[in-house]
Design a protein around this ligand. Structure first.
Ligand code: PA5
Ligand code: NI
Length: 188
């Protein structure tokens, strides 16, 4: 039987206590995600393969609901900000919520029918991710971006499609400003 408990979440560090699991994604594991492959290799070499993001969870397989944090480092590959892989949920009826705690970024979403949306990730904003929308978070700020996510335990991650074709939009820095641009390599 499961028992209730309070889980302490640090909105600055993303620490979850108690935690049930975690993983880190380093830049070398994200090859192919960014527009500029040469720039990626340069950052991997110069910054000793930095951690782009970490995911910490509180997940009980006997429960339908789980939550956790994602902690994203600030940084860019060429003019493109650090981002997560992005995914649809395997169970198509599952949505999710991203509650930003610190930092600033954008949540880029894409529906199965090809519509794109951007939701600001700012402290205090809880982004609603409806079912059937692929989602990727992007740290556009100078500090860590930390958010809490809430999801069905068995929602599952379907990375295949986004990994293969990319998303229709990219988030880049242009003249010191954050810009949403068309992905010139979409579908390639
Ligand atoms: O379930 C989610 O949407 C998040 O926990 C993400 O998995 C997390 O932010 C990492 O992103 P991704 O799984 O796309 O690499
Ligand atoms: Ni998700």
């Amino acid at each position: 039987m499961l028992f209730p408990e309070g889980v302490a979440i640090d909105g600055r560090t993303g620490a979850v206590k108690p935690e049930t699991g975690r993983y880190a994604k380093r830049l070398s594991e994200l090859r192919g995600l960014f527009q500029d492959g040469d720039a990626l290799e340069r950052v991997v070499a110069e910054k000793s393969d930095p951690i782009v993001y970490e995911v910490v969870d509180y997940r009980k397989k006997e429960s339908d609901l789980c939550f956790g944090t994602t902690i994203m480092s600030p940084g860019r590959v060429g003019n493109e900000y650090y981002m997560t892989r992005g995914h649809f949920h395997l169970r198509r009826e599952c949505g999710e919520a991203y509650y930003t705690q610190s930092g600033e970024g954008v949540l880029l979403l894409e529906s199965r029918t090809g519509e794109s949306r951007v939701v600001e990730m700012l402290p205090g904003v809880c982004a609603f991710i409806p079912p059937e929308w692929a989602h990727r978070s992007i740290n556009t700020g100078a500090d860590k971006l930390v958010f809490v996510w809430f999801c069905a335990t068995d929602a599952g991650h379907d990375y295949g499609e986004i990994l293969k074709r990319g998303m229709r939009k990219i988030i880049i820095e242009q003249d010191g400003r954050r810009v949403v641009a068309d992905n010139p390599n979409f579908g390639r």
